[in-house]
Design a protein around this ligand. Structure first.
Ligand code: ZN
Length: 442
């Protein structure tokens, strides 16, 4: 009798608890009747339901096997894919090159606020920011104050004096003089110049202090900087190793801006894990990168764009970089380079940033739709997650149980025609970030 009473009590308690608890948490939602591109597979799934709870993908099942009493978005058999990831973004740097040398922090911030919204509107739910003072922007987005993608920030790109982070003109006084000063980009935290092992260590650690998820250094010439030709190598082996050590101590990795083979090989030998651009790399060095499992983060469109505020020398460097793109991409396709990601590197123009989905179409010259789709989802996600314990979010770039529910519903089938993604306003019908509907035009 006593046992029965106890059992009854337990049962009643359980019933009361069940009644008190919501049937499903307010954060639950089901996407019904979706054909899934999961970030990897060449085939779309059969029509499926995706059960989302607390911002994560909890369950993927056959259609109509999920509970009926939860908020539902029926996507009518359309394609569901992971939110896209832009592995080389500059959310803070959509100012004219000349404006960037004079603007205050407010103008940078107002412009970046629009840039962040533009990226999310285009279907990018995550970006790896590769130079810029994005930390407060990231905070505002993560708190839901303004719309934008998740940001994996690098903080200020680090280079040597006269390197790609040094945006002083040739006439500026030497910093060895008391009258010498830093460029506005440095003062705003967008780039930083550091020479020698102690300064490089300090510059890396300043970024880590702010919450950088990876570190970006420049080990070769750049286009928008004034004093450095593209063919030069920047930083000594000791300086590169210093950056790698400080990043590794923090559980993360270093990405390097560089175009030429010599600079790439040295960076990889010193422990750099991600090569940004690589336009002028030769086949042998690209193979070496592939053997080392190094990530290749190339771009196309940025080298074709007219960038606002550049002088003739800068335009000439841009042209030189553009001439390397075809060989780079042809070789990468020939090698079936696995660790290659989507990125766009667009700077100087919000109007240009609005067009970045065209980068997907540009890549169709060398890659199949499935290859491009992997670059912009699972591969870029894998690169983001190379930040290991410094990854502030979780699993991105794939549709699987436990991943973050960053999802797009697409009109048409991008596996057959990648260009459907180039018109996000019409063809990306749903944008979900962290289980929340940001856009739904179904
Ligand atoms: Zn860049």
């Amino acid at each position: 009798m006593k046992t029965n009473f106890s059992n009854t009590t337990t049962l009643v308690s359980a019933l009361i608890l069940a009644l008190l608890a919501p049937i499903a948490s307010a954060e639950s939602l089901i996407i019904r009747n979706a054909r899934i591109f999961d970030g990897e597979s060449e085939q779309l799934s059969a029509p499926s339901d995706i059960y989302i709870e607390d911002g994560l993908i909890k369950n993927i099942t056959n259609v109509n096997k999920t509970p009926q009493d939860i908020e539902t978005v029926d996507v009518g058999g359309r394609v569901l894919m992971p939110g896209m990831i832009n592995a080389h973004a500059h959310v803070m740097l959509q100012l004219n090159v000349l404006e960037s040398l004079t603007s205050d922090a407010y103008y940078y911030a107002y412009t970046a606020t629009l840039a962040a919204k533009s990226l999310l509107d285009n279907g990018f739910t995550t970006v790896r920011d590769m130079s810029g003072n994005t930390f407060s922007l990231k905070k505002a987005i993560d708190r839901g104050l303004i719309p934008g993608p998740r940001i994996f920030p690098s903080g200020a790109m680090i280079s040597q004096t006269s390197g790609h982070s040094d945006h002083r003109t040739a006439e500026a006084e030497s910093r060895l003089l008391d009258s010498g000063s830093r460029s506005n980009l440095e003062r705003m935290g967008m780039t930083i110049v550091a020479d020698g092992r102690p300064e490089v260590l300090q510059a890396v650690r300043e970024n880590l202090r702010r919450g950088a998820t990876q570190i970006k250094i420049a080990v070769g010439g750049g286009i928008s900087s004034y004093g450095d030709p593209l063919d030069v190598t920047q930083y000594t082996e000791e300086e590169i190793r210093a950056a790698v050590e400080a990043a590794n101590n923090w559980g993360t990795y270093v990405a390097a801006h560089v175009y030429n083979s010599e600079g790439i090989r040295r960076a990889v030998e010193m422990g750099v894990k991600s090569i940004e651009h690589a336009n002028l790399v030769d086949l042998e060095t690209l193979k070496y990168m592939q053997d080392q499992g190094v990530w290749l983060s190339p771009q196309v469109m940025i080298f074709e764009q007219e960038l606002r505020g550049m002088n003739a020398d800068q335009v000439a460097k841009q042209q030189l970089a553009l001439e390397g793109v075809n060989q780079l991409m042809t070789n990468a396709a020939k090698l079936d380079y696995r660790n290659i990601v989507f990125g766009e590197d667009m700077v100087t123009s919000l109007e240009g940033l609005n067009l970045i989905n065209q980068e997907l179409v540009r890549r169709a010259q060398w890659f199949t739709p499935i290859q491009i789709l992997r670059q912009v989802t699972s591969r870029a996600g894998e690169l983001c997650m190379l930040s290991g314990p410094r990854n502030p979010y979780g699993t991105v770039g794939v549709i699987k149980e436990g991943a973050i529910a960053d999802l797009l519903v697409v009109e048409g089938n991008p596996l057959q025609d990648i260009s459907v993604l180039a018109n996000p306003a019409d063809n990306i019908r749903v944008i979900m970030k962290g289980g929340e509907l940001y856009k739904n035009t179904l």
